[in-house]
Design a protein around this ligand. Structure first.
Ligand SMILES: [Cu+2]
Length: 534
């Protein structure tokens, strides 16, 4: 529970007003609406559910070929994705919503590539000069002296050279573009692209700047998993909409500093629709799930209790399918799922977020042919032995509050974004990073460039750390859950736990970042640069 017992803190104010709720503690029901700052919200209770078909983001098509930057004799596919304002219907009975999106859609078009086949993407900023959401000019990198609208695309999960990684300060203003090179020298997985501009990432992504990026390879092909119309991306994003159907981003009571510590919207979009339905055949489907929310941890299950299998994590296939009836997925995490609708012909049931429906499945009555398999084993994930680590870093996750207990900023290792680099792993070396979370929140911690494995989590007592200057464990370490025991790029670091990961820093030398993927935290100092050195 919250430790703050003082007069209404900023966070409590927002929770009470319905503009924020603590995703893990409070049920994700419709918050009370009275007192929301600004304007009345869309009434979700009166909206008819399951009247819109689930949209499937279209596939991006290359605009031609260009020379490969490192081997100019070789021509590689060239994509051009422009960021533009657009309007789209989130629901049959809601007026069209103004969004920002790649190629005028949100989620943007899905880029599909193959492992080992590099591509170029030109990210083009065709947005207007004024932001549609409230900028806080007091937080890092968001001063009044620079352009309000600025973007930089990051391909989350990519082993990409630093100049193509979307460094948060490498943003560009409307009218400009950036050419990025993605070598795709990595295993089959679903990555995602999204904006990463310093100090306004939370607003740019909330406005709609995200999309899926799928890498395939021969190993995955050989497993004969459901493909084509039987493989469907499910991109979940929570949002607030006002009564006119427009995006609403909560603000603090202080007009000079509108930043809020977290946003948990009451409306869950699936591929850009509210309460969509999906007609399926009575056979296996592969769902590529992404939590694209700013701060919400989704706890997902089926209304009929259906068991499903997780076959992959953020960055690839698991060693074997893991049977689940509930999946907890943090912002930026992906889950590769197989759901078998056989035996449910003619039924309708829903995907639930905690207790609320987000997507309805309508299973056809007629029997279906088999769409693909669910192999007993998938892809070996060789463990990186702890003995391979040349360095162990203890890194704190902390929060600075004002006198009233309002969270004012979030820090990694008690350091601000602008302080000198302190994490300098050597190329090709392995390191253990231990995240000691002193806060009351779970933080999804993301490292750029690398894939990692979760070693374990162990609870500790923050007060003892303050007294003794060292971590005092309260219980035995708990290994990663079976459905986390694969390649990851984002890890849930829970409150008052030390979460340990191990990574090999392969691919490129240069400047990258690691950060919390709660976007309100990331935008307010919970992000640090790191250097991979030769
Ligand atoms: Cu965080």
């Amino acid at each position: 529970m919250r430790r703050r017992q003082t007069a209404l803190s900023r966070r409590e104010f927002l929770a009470a007003s319905g503009a924020a709720a603590t995703g893990l503690i409070l049920p994700q029901t419709n918050p009370q609406r009275a007192g929301v700052i600004g304007r009345p919200l869309l009434n979700l209770e009166t909206l008819e559910k399951f009247v819109d078909a689930l949209p499937i983001p279209r596939m991006a098509a290359p605009s031609g070929t260009r020379p490969e930057p490192r081997r100019p004799a070789q021509k590689i596919p060239y994509y051009r994705l422009a960021m533009r304002p657009f309007a789209a219907k989130i629901h049959r009975d809601v007026p069209a919503t103004r969004f920002w999106g790649y190629e005028g859609t949100s989620p943007g078009p899905t880029i599909e590539t193959r492992s080992g086949e590099p591509i170029l993407v030109e990210w083009v900023n065709q947005l207007p000069a004024t932001h549609i959401l409230p900028i806080d000019h007091t937080i890092h990198g968001a001063g009044r002296e620079i352009a309000d609208v600025r973007v930089v695309a990051h391909l989350h999960g990519a082993k990409a050279p630093p100049e193509s990684d979307g460094y948060p300060e490498a943003w560009f203003a409307p009218g400009k573009s950036a050419m990025y090179h993605y070598p795709n020298q990595q295993d089959a997985a679903m990555l995602w692209y999204h904006d990463h501009a310093l100090g306004i990432t939370r607003l740019n992504i909330y406005a709609g700047l995200l999309g899926a990026y799928v890498i395939r390879d021969h190993f995955e092909d050989g497993l004969r998993l459901p493909r084509g119309k039987y493989e469907i991306p499910l991109i979940l994003c929570d949002r607030f909409f006002d009564s006119q159907g427009q995006l609403y981003y909560p603000v603090s009571p202080d007009p000079e500093s509108p930043w809020v510590p977290e946003v948990f919207g009451d409306a869950a979009l699936v591929n850009g629709k509210l309460f969509p339905y999906l007609e399926v055949e009575a056979c296996k489907y592969r769902f590529r799930l992404l939590n694209g929310s700013n701060a919400r941890f989704f706890s997902l299950s089926f209304s009929n209790g259906l068991q499903f299998h997780q076959i992959g994590t953020d960055l690839g296939l698991l060693p074997a399918p893991v049977p689940l009836r509930r999946l907890d997925i943090a912002p930026a995490e992906r889950a590769d799922l197989i759901v078998d609708f056989a035996g449910h012909a003619g039924e309708n049931f829903q995907l639930l977020s905690t207790i609320l429906p987000v997507l309805q499945f309508r299973v056809a009555r007629r029997p279906a042919r088999e769409s693909g398999g669910l192999p007993a084993t998938l892809r070996p994930v060789p463990k990186i032995p702890e003995s391979a680590a040349v360095q162990t870093r203890l890194l704190t996750l902390g929060e600075k509050d004002d006198k009233a207990g309002n969270p004012m900023t979030m820090l990694l290792d008690n350091k601000h974004w602008s302080m000198p680099v302190t994490e300098t792993p050597k190329l090709n070396s392995a390191e253990i990073w231990s995240f000691a979370n002193f806060t009351d929140d779970s933080h999804p911690v993301h490292l750029h460039l690398v894939r990692f494995q979760i070693l374990d989590r162990q609870s500790f007592e923050p007060e003892e750390y303050y007294k003794q200057g060292k971590i005092v464990s309260l219980a035995n370490a708990v290994p990663a859950a079976p459905n986390e025991a694969g390649w990851k790029d984002t890890v849930q670091a829970h409150s008052r736990m030390v979460t340990r990961i191990i990574a090999r820093f392969e691919g490129f030398t240069g400047r990258y970042v690691w950060h919390c993927h709660i976007l309100e935290h990331e935008d307010n100092e919970m992000m640090r640069p790191y250097d991979v050195i030769a």
